[in-house]
Write a protein that binds this ligand. Structure first.
Ligand code: HEC
Ligand code: HEC
Length: 219
């Protein structure tokens, strides 16, 4: 067990290190650019793939130590990207002004798919990509859906059971209704929840949660 874990960690560190030299990619001939990749060709998306296809070619010319960390933002490591995930999703997918000339559509789908799958650093070799966002927009939105498809993977590790964090049990509809102002503030406005290592809500998850609140929080 331990050995498998160590092997996986070793593998991911090697993969990240191997992808660090982005300037090499910039010099690759145009026909060979990883920027031409399509999301359906890529399989399970891990951070190394995102770095190679999106962050490296599209962001590091301004957001690296070498290029001056524009906007005080460095995007060279998984930890740094992870820490700015909400702002990154907002600027690149919602406002769409990062990079300034806009992200091409293939890169947009790749980035969106990675964020929707929880922005993992690594994906277990051979395992299907985790897709907590899949099916989220199918059918009517209900508390069951919010609980099973958003809270389950992003909140319930801390906010359920006998002694939930902040005495907030997110499996209870009445409790969620009573505390919706705080939940809204923590997740949407201040974005202080969820906390590491749990990934931020994807843009799609935020949209579905907002829609459910707008509809009066139906069961
Ligand atoms: C040509 C240079 C350039 C490129 C390429 C670029 N950015 Fe930026 N970025 C900037 C500048 C300049 C700022 C600061 C001004 C602003 O916020 O608009 C900034 C700001 C940001 C911010 C806001 C930082 C904050 O703390 O609020 C985010 C997020 C961001 N960029 C993400 C990205 C991502 C993701 C990419 C690639 C997909 C990217 N940028 C590509 C120049 C660039
Ligand atoms: C890793 C554990 C963890 C995860 C995951 C997590 N929380 Fe929390 N949450 C906490 C802890 C600890 C507190 C109390 C300390 C604090 O407020 O920072 C808290 C506090 C809160 C509060 C109360 C804030 C206030 O102003 O009283 C809300 C609301 C909340 N969480 C909502 C959520 C939601 C919604 C999710 C999922 C989208 C989530 N949390 C995910 C641990 C977590």
């Amino acid at each position: 067990m331990t050995r498998i874990v160590k092997t996986l960690i070793g593998f991911s560190v090697a993969a990240v290190l191997a992808s660090c030299n982005y300037s090499k990619q910039k010099e690759a001939p145009a026909g060979n650019r990883p920027g031409g990749a399509r999301v359906q060709d890529l399989g399970p998306l891990d951070y190394a793939t995102i770095k190679q296809t999106v962050i490296g070619p599209q962001c590091l010319s301004c957001h690296s130590n070498q290029t001056g960390n524009k906007g005080n933002l460095n995007l060279e490591t998984y930890q740094a990207v992870r820490a700015s995930l909400n702002r990154l999703a907002y600027r690149s997918l919602e406002k769409r002004d990062m990079p300034p000339q806009g992200l091409p559509s293939a890169e947009t789908s790749i980035l969106r798919a990675w964020l929707d799958s929880g922005a993992p650093e690594t994906v277990m070799p051979g395992a299907p990509a985790e897709k907590p966002g899949a099916g989220l927009e199918v059918g009517p939105v209900s508390f069951t859906k919010i609980r099973d498809q958003i809270f389950e993977s992003k909140c319930l590790a801390c906010h359920a059971g006998a002694n939930p964090a902040a005495s907030l049990d997110l499996t209870s509809l009445s409790e969620v209704r009573n505390k919706i102002t705080k939940i809204f503030e923590a997740v949407i406005v201040k974005q202080t929840m969820p906390i590491e290592p749990f990934p931020a809500l994807s843009p799609k998850e935020r949209k579905v949660l907002l829609n459910w609140i707008d509809l009066g929080m139906p069961e």
